[in-house]
Design a protein around this ligand. Sequence first.
Ligand SMILES: *[C@@H]1O[C@H](CO)[C@@H](O)[C@H](O)[C@H]1NC(C)=O
Ligand SMILES: [Zn+2]
Length: 331
Amino acid sequence: MVVSSQEATLPKLLLLGLLFVCCLAELPRFEHAAKPDGSLSFLVVGDWGRKGSYNQSQVALQMGIIGEKLDVDFVISTGDNFYDDGLTGVTDPAFHQSFSDIYTARSLQKQWYIVLGNHDYRGDVEAQLSSTLSDIDSRWLCLRSFILNAGPETAEIFFVDTTPFVTKYFTHPKDHVYDWRGVLPREKYLKNLLLEVESGLRESRAKWKIVVGHHTIKSAGHHGNTDELNMLLLPILQAYNVDFYINGHDHCLEHISSTESPIQFLTSGGGSKAWKNDIKPWNPQEMKFYYDGQGFMSVEMTQADVGIRFYDVLGNELHKFSTTKHLSSAI
Ligand SMILES: *[C@@H]1O[C@H](CO)[C@@H](O)[C@H](O)[C@H]1NC(C)=O
Ligand SMILES: [Zn+2]
């Protein structure tokens, strides 16, 4: 009896093992077509939802103007979508007050690809992830982690849920209550996520690889570097030749070019309240640009080159750079 029951469970265990390998290591995937000429452009804004205050509306206005000029295909949010404590639920009026009624320009009526920030985790996370919000405003697309094939082979953009990486939110939450539904047990969540990101990057055939997360990897701003991401995520980005890591969290605009790897670290966290004069010392050879006021970033890309620009609250261009890849170096 005992022997035969063991024999019966073995194939079941094998099957579960296979399911684990095949199904957990896949992030949800979306596709966004390029323009007819093969190019793509998009805006990146972070740390914004304050019902228009702290210049959120002014930044939105300029995004609309630049968005028109570049004929943007979509918009990326680097998180902290609703201050101070995320949304209370799918009927929270903050969704209209901080999103739908603010980003009203015609050029911004495109798909928004959105990640969660730490402030979003202080509210009802499942509300922001719910399709009800997409029914209310079809621009809204927010998932914890996912992949966007843009072009579809020009860029692969990996959106990574970075808040669960940060230990202090678990050990020292202060008086904040975080909504960890879907995240616990944390170790397993992080391990699976890292495996999923790694396998996605390994299989990527896109010309440009971009990773987007809320938290910083390298930043001279208020929060500075996020140690957990430097330890756990950065080695994967380096191993698979990621071109850009884009984040918010520090309320500034910033471009760091590390001497350790070709990755460019870009912070676009100037969607509303900014921290004036809040900058730590940084190697001037790596620090290409730092602005402690409000604004946003644009990306224009083809298979061969990428151009990045930062703008302030008046739409002035503060910094730009571009980078080129030879088409012949494709895999
Ligand atoms: C709005 O932006 C202007 C121009 O940068 C700045 O002078 C002003 O302090 C900002 N206001 C707020 C509330 O941040
Ligand atoms: Zn944040």
